[in-house]
Design a protein around this ligand. Structure first.
Ligand SMILES: [Zn+2]
Length: 745
């Protein structure tokens, strides 16, 4: 019997088997055209918009390998921390730094190696200047530092460009996934001026694996990943800019202004949430009854819920029945290893950690060399990771490792061509708080995959009443905990007696219940749903939800759309349903998966997919422009309703200073903290400071003195409540005056 028949396990039944991709052959790769443009070259060439074919740039871009200056092997990573780890794994590096960007030099087998890093994306898509209105389609890769939020990337850009001129050989060692491939490819073509390079593939930042991946690199970039990634960037960019411009121009038509945007995946996701809200709203709860029979102190339940009250009469006169008790041996397999979505779901279920936070922690545990690469769909533990060695290392810290007696670990059905499941490397570091929680969860899950099944005995009493109505009771006794001693399980034991033969039914009872509306999504259940619907990617799903919150479309711990979110979806449903059609977005996802899994023809597929999206956006724009004013009005109504609601949510009490306005919780962009100000500003300048570095929210509670109770929320801390006293300063005249720079925005 599966575990699920006893407890509502949060494991998803979903299994997508991905075929393992074969590496492209050299012959196939030599036909690739050079799709990207070198932005710098273009600037100097006075922006030629013609597509630069490989033939025309080959001579210029190919490194002059014979140049006497080109002596080093250059390894390029995605993040500085990975560069440090790789350098340390390959030899005895010296650390250098240029404009505070670190890089490492070492010698290995007579080769001079430099390990340097990008800092995430060094290039971003932007539109080619001179395109006004919308839709617009002409875009190009530009150095990220040209954007004021990413000026810090300039020094990395410059250093890699400089080191590139000394490189005889380049190895791309960015994270092995779609994003990592794009980061590496862009550095290679735009900064180093090369078509291709060797590729280091690794899943953990541990010495043995890094050495192995350096000694045995792939001979080329993973072009499937590279083109799939570039396609995703371009499509998301086209959607993003055009839909934002569409929404903004609709708002502008009403004579108002508000920055609004919606992404390719965010639109359909928001619609899913609004639809759930509607289901809940129109849900009419219905009464129903559960029927119980009591036999010898044991309650048995009629298996069906009764919706027609008059049917209850049929149970009232049951006085006797025939009982039979059966027993069965059960065994429960350990849960499968963690893929990212399962990890996010479990971390939320066990520790209430938000999915985006889980990904953030997992990323940092990976960079510390403590766990394997977290952005994986795999639920497999391949032999190559040498699990016995990991278990031996873990045994030093984790006693429960001695329970790992299973020869072949339990695995799930999903696989991932790029990485195995998430597993601990066996290295240690002191961790605290939510990092420690997540690390322990990963360690225990991994060990439990090697533990024996839990064993138990299930027991079932069946009773047939003298009028033929049946009742049952189920019990479970665990006889051998197996993996449950390692990984926290919430299986409930229940002991029931053995009852056989003719029995008296001592009592029949009824319990009235009401049907419940569907539940709102939690961040964890929403990302599971997105995975099931194949919307977004494992790496982006948690941030999609965050973005919807940041843009004011969602609210609450269990996710609910704000008035703005609801109005936006309503107007789009009416006037431009394509924007929020999840099938179209899924279709694009499928196309990108196809590019990633292809062995050739990637560029043609990229172009075809982008053309298709351009046509789609053109269609959207025609439909949208006809209804622009109506859409604008409807969204504006949402904006206003949201402002009203926010005003109400932040109003805590009448202002005692002017007796006209209300005191409201506000946020100062300048000091980046919350404060209390008067709605009558600038007439009234009442201002009170609030605890720094916390999100301050109103509660419905009042203190003994009838003053409002506020709540302060800090990341990773328990929320705490405090009384807001507008007269605090007057009552505490000796307390040093806090800085009062908190001015109204
Ligand atoms: Zn006031």
């Amino acid at each position: 019997m599966p575990v699920e028949s006893f407890i509502p396990l949060s494991e998803s039944k979903l299994t997508i088997e991905k075929s393992v991709k074969e590496k492209p052959k050299i012959e196939e790769l030599t036909t690739i055209e050079r799709p990207g443009r070198n932005p710098e070259q273009e600037e100097s060439n006075n922006v030629s918009k013609q597509k630069t074919k490989r033939k025309t740039t080959k001579a210029k871009a190919e490194p002059k390998i014979k140049s006497p200056n080109r002596t080093i092997t250059l390894i390029i990573t995605e993040k500085p921390q990975a560069a440090m780890k790789i350098a340390a794994a390959l030899g005895d590096p010296r650390k250098y730094s240029e404009n505070s960007v670190p890089y490492y030099e070492l010698e290995r087998n007579g080769k001079q190696i430099i390990v340097a890093s990008a800092v995430g994306h060094l290039f971003n898509l932007t539109y080619i200047k001179g395109q006004t209105g919308w839709p617009i389609f002409n875009l190009e890769w530009k150095p990220s530092y040209t954007d004021k939020h990413a000026t810090f990337t300039r020094n990395y850009y410059n250093l890699l460009k400089k080191l590139g001129t000394r490189a005889k050989e380049v190895l791309i060692a960015t994270d092995y996934d779609v994003e990592g491939e794009v980061i590496g490819w862009n550095v290679l073509r735009f900064l180093i001026g090369q078509q291709d390079a060797k590729r280091m593939k690794y899943s953990t930042l541990t010495k043995p694996e890094l050495e192995h991946s350096y000694e045995n690199p792939l001979s080329t970039l993973d072009w499937g990943q590279a083109y799939a990634g570039e396609t995703r960037h371009k499509i998301d960019w086209l959607y993003g800019i055009n839909l934002s411009r569409a929404l903004m121009s609709a708002i502008k038509r009403t004579g108002s202004f508000k920055i609004l945007s919606i992404g390719r995946v965010q639109g359909p996701t928001l619609k899913i949430i609004v639809e759930r809200d509607r289901e809940i709203e129109k849900f009419k709860s219905q009464p129903y009854w559960q029927v119980f029979a009591q036999v010898k102190d044991t309650q048995l339940k009629h298996p069906k819920d009764v919706f027609n009250k008059s049917e209850l009469e049929q149970f009232k006169d049951i006085k006797k029945g025939t009982a039979e008790t059966t027993e069965k041996n059960e065994s429960f397999m350990p849960p499968h290893p963690f893929d990212l979505t399962t990890l996010q779901r479990e971390a939320y279920a066990k520790h209430k950690t938000q999915p985006s936070r889980t990904l953030q922690i997992a990323q940092s545990l990976y960079l510390d060399g403590l766990i394997s690469y977290p952005r994986t769909s795999s639920q497999k533990i391949p032999k190559e990771i040498e699990p016995e060695k990991i278990l031996t290392k873990l045994a030093k810290r984790f006693n429960e490792t001695k329970l790992a007696k299973r020869k072949h670990p339990v695995e799930g059905e999903k696989s991932d061509p790029a990485h195995p499941s998430i597993y601990p490397t066996g290295d240690f570091k002191n961790l605290v708080d939510d990092e420690e929680n997540l690390y322990l969860l990963i360690v225990r899950r991994f060990i439990s995959c090697f533990c024996e099944d839990a064993k138990g005995i299930s027991k079932r009493i069946s009773l047939i009443g003298d009028n033929g109505k049946n009742f049952t009771a189920n019990g479970l006794t665990i006889t051998n905990n197996g993996w449950m001693d390692v990984y926290p399980s919430i299986m409930e034991e229940r002991s029931i007696p053995t009852i056989n033969g003719q029995v008296n039914v001592e009592k029949i009872s009824f319990e009235e219940k009401e049907t419940q509306p569907p539940k709102r999504y939690t961040p964890a259940s929403l990302i599971s749903l997105l995975e099931k619907k194949n919307l977004g990617t494992k790496a982006t799903r948690s941030s999609i939800v965050d973005t919807l919150f940041d843009r004011g479309y969602l609210d609450g711990k269990s996710i609910e759309a704000t008035p703005l979110g609801v109005h936006l979806i309503e107007s789009l449903e009416k006037y431009s349903p394509i924007i929020i059609d999840e099938n179209l977005t899924r279709d694009v996802e499928d196309k990108m998966e196809d590019i990633q899994n292809s062995k050739s023809g990637w560029e043609a597929k990229e172009l075809e997919t982008i053309k298709q999206v351009e046509k789609l956006i053109t269609d959207i724009s025609k439909e949208f422009k006809i209804n622009e004013l109506s859409i604008g009005k409807q969204i504006l109504a949402g904006v206003e309703e949201l402002r009203e609601q926010q005003k109400e949510d932040s109003t805590i009490m009448p202002c005692p200073k002017c007796n006209e306005g209300n005191l409201q919780i506000r946020f100062s962009k300048k000091t980046k903290r919350y404060f209390v100000g008067c709605s009558n500003y600038p007439k009234c300048t009442a201002v009170h400071s609030l605890p720094p570095n916390a999100l301050i929210k109103k509660t419905e509670k009042k203190s003994d003195r009838n003053l409002p109770i506020l709540q302060a929320l800090k990341k990773g801390k328990r929320p705490w409540e405090f009384e807001f006293n507008p007269n605090w300063r007057a009552e505490n005249p000796n307390y040093q005056k806090e800085n009062e720079e908190t001015k109204k925005e």
